[in-house]
Design a protein around this ligand. Structure first.
Ligand code: ADP
Ligand code: C5P
Ligand code: MG
Length: 219
């Protein structure tokens, strides 16, 4: 690691501050620094099993699981105008502006006290992806992509029974469109960087997990 040069002898403090210019951003942490934030993005269509598999990874590996959808659903209950906007967008299957989602993710990361994160359901579009990397300086270690046919996901979502405003056939169809149009390009972006681990998610959850857990042995 490089250490900043001290101001030269004889330089008055005010002048030194002027020479130093504006405060610098915190330098990135070294790869082997155990306090460096490490992130895996967990992506896949609605109902592909992101939450189900993430819960198992938390249990076995003690990583922090942050679901962007869960954070947004909690936020929509805040009663604020922004919360109302989030509620309307979720009901319509639309992607919430990045600044809202990223500040929720950043706060949750800070409050977790952990360094290894599964970020589930994010980034959902190019704006999510570029803004997150710019604001946090974090690039994912890899991306888990749960690949699942629409008819399977549709059946799972209709049977999920969690009282969600978006698990109805009309919103499900909109979410599938948004996934193809906006989220698949993000997966293609990371695929071009060689960062995508594609998992066939159309299998029993135990079988999917057997494959998923292998990827985390060295995370
Ligand atoms: P996502 O977070 O990707 O939207 P969930 O993990 O919430 O998906 O799963 C959606 C629904 O499908 C849940 O009711 C869950 O119990 C069920 N489910 C998840 N994985 C499987 C699987 N491999 N086989 C069958 N049902 C599954
Ligand atoms: O991932 P999950 O299915 O819980 O997301 C539910 C909804 O939350 C999405 O359909 C979308 O409206 C919103 N969302 C978002 N941006 C994200 C993740 C979720 O707008 N990055
Ligand atoms: Mg989920």
């Amino acid at each position: 690691m490089t250490v900043a040069e001290p101001p030269s002898a004889g330089c008055a403090p005010a002048a030194a501050a002027e020479l130093a210019g504006p405060p610098k951003a915190t330098p990135p942490k070294a790869k082997d620094d155990p306090t460096r934030h490490k992130v895996v993005f967990v992506l896949g269509g609605p109902g592909s099993g992101k939450g189900t598999q993430s819960a198992r990874l938390v249990e076995e590996f003690g990583v922090a699981h942050l679901s962007a959808g869960d954070l947004l659903r909690a936020h929509m209950k805040s009663g604020s105008p922004e919360g109302q906007m989030v509620a309307d967008m979720i009901k319509n299957g639309q992607i919430v502006p990045s600044h809202v989602t990223i500040s929720l993710l950043q706060r949750a990361m800070d409050e977790s006290g952990k360094h290894k994160f599964l970020i589930d359901g994010f980034p959902r579009n190019e704006e999510n992806r570029a803004s997150f990397e710019k604001q946090t300086g974090i690039s994912p270690e890899f991306v888990l992509f749960f690949d699942c046919p629409e008819e399977v996901m549709e059946r799972r979502l209709l049977g999920r029974n969690e009282g969600r405003t978006d698990d109805n056939i009309e919103t499900i169809r909109k979410r599938f469109h948004v996934f193809i149009d906006s989220s698949m390009p993000v997966i293609q972006y990371y695929d071009a960087l060689g960062k995508v681990a594609r998992i066939n998610a159309d299998r029993p959850a135990e079988e999917v997990y057997t494959e998923v857990r292998r990827l985390f042995m060295e995370f």
